[in-house]
Design a protein around this ligand. Structure first.
Ligand SMILES: NC(=O)c1ccc[n+]([C@@H]2O[C@H](COP(=O)([O-])OP(=O)(O)OC[C@H]3O[C@@H](n4cnc5c(N)ncnc54)[C@H](OP(=O)(O)O)[C@@H]3O)[C@@H](O)[C@H]2O)c1
Length: 311
């Protein structure tokens, strides 16, 4: 039996539930590839899944390996027509049950794309889920167009630092809310204005065609006052009030990010064109997955956290 090292969760709870184990190596099915993982992204959702909160997983499905982002090399393929060959590199956002915190992972062809050439493996692994979230929030749900105005809450986090750059690259005018220490960083990414959310109010700015809410709660509730009538309030976290949306004739929704190889290919082009940088805050080893998730939850990272796997 071929084996691999992987992080697994046997019961929901804190970071102490993350165990490094030697388990059976997965096998690719039809339409899938087996990838030797070189780096895996860490996202806030990994901790929420570990806690059994979101997305909800029936306890009967445990143990699972966490991790939704990978960069690695194709070592086996059960899809002759997907354009990937053994030895090719790829990056991908995985579904919930194909964990990336492992030496090998199974990837469906539709989830994968060729990685940006100018990125290191750890930088490439930092991209998929966060960048797809920014892309889908701005352009699919938010329908952002060149020349429009957008307010991005949380613009120096994993998702936010991509969102600021994508919106700027599209020709939109970007305002973002960040911690005071990240104001200059957000401006360097292309924001016209960066508001220190701990010391300044965003009320009185705008009005905006789109608010991309990566914070939720009270921040979202306060955002109606800066939205243009007929604008859009799109959130990764909290379902916006339908009553407030109706008052403003606004489009408002909470969305779930979907894997997409074709969108990752467009994102790779933007990165290779030099229009988007990837901010990696800290790199941990696979065996340090507990520390990586603790840091994600408490360390106020700027940009992304990544696990380096193998040599
Ligand atoms: N629905 C989905 O499919 C989906 C997909 C991806 C992400 N998400 C969720 O979206 C959220 C953002 O994800 P992420 O990966 O970007 O998380 P992250 O890397 O932790 O970034 C969150 C950012 O928000 C900032 N922030 C905190 N409170 C704020 C406030 N009141 N105003 C403005 N900014 C504030 C933080 O700054 P400081 O740390 O400096 O305070 C941090 O930079 C997470 O909760 C995540 O779970 C949902």
């Amino acid at each position: 039996m071929a084996t691999m090292k992987a992080i697994r969760i046997h019961q929901f709870g804190g970071p102490e539930q993350l165990e490094l184990e030697t388990i059976e190596r997965p096998v690719a099915d039809v339409g899938e590839m087996l990838v030797r993982v070189e780096a895996a992204g860490v996202n806030p959702v990994d901790g929420k899944t570990r806690e059994g909160k979101f997305p909800p997983i029936p306890a009967g499905k445990l143990p699972i390996t966490p991790g939704r982002d990978i960069y690695g090399e194709v070592v086996a393929s059960c899809d002759a027509a997907n354009g990937f060959e053994i030895g090719d590199k790829l990056y991908a956002m995985l579904d919930l049950f194909h964990g990336g915190y492992a030496e090998y992972a199974v990837v469906s062809s539709a989830e994968a794309a060729r990685p940006p050439e100018r990125l290191s493996p750890t930088e490439a692994a930092a991209v998929p889920l966060a960048a797809l979230t920014a892309w889908q929030g701005l352009f699919i749900h938010g329908e952002l167009k060149a020349g429009q105005t957008v307010l991005i809450h949380g613009g120096s986090g994993g998702v936010g630092h991509f969102a600021v750059q994508f919106a700027h690259a599209k020709g939109a005018r970007v305002t973002t809310t960040v911690s005071g220490a990240d104001v200059d960083f957000a401006l360097s990414l292309g924001a016209e204005r960066a508001i220190d959310y701990q010391n300044e109010k965003f009320e009185g700015t705008g009005p905006y065609d789109l608010v991309l809410d990566l914070v939720g709660g009270e921040t979202q509730a306060r955002s109606w006052s800066v939205l243009k009538p007929g604008g859009a309030l799109i959130s990764t976290l909290t379902e916006p009030s339908p009553e407030r949306a109706a008052e403003l004739r606004a489009r408002a929704r909470r969305y779930m990010t979907e894997p997409s190889g074709s969108q990752l290919a467009e994102i790779a082009d933007l990165i290779d064109d030099g229009k988007v940088i990837v901010a990696v805050d800290t790199i941990f080893e696979l065996r340090q997955a507990r520390r990586a998730q603790e840091y994600q939850e408490t360390g106020h990272p700027r940009g992304k956290i990544v696990l380096q796997i193998g040599e």
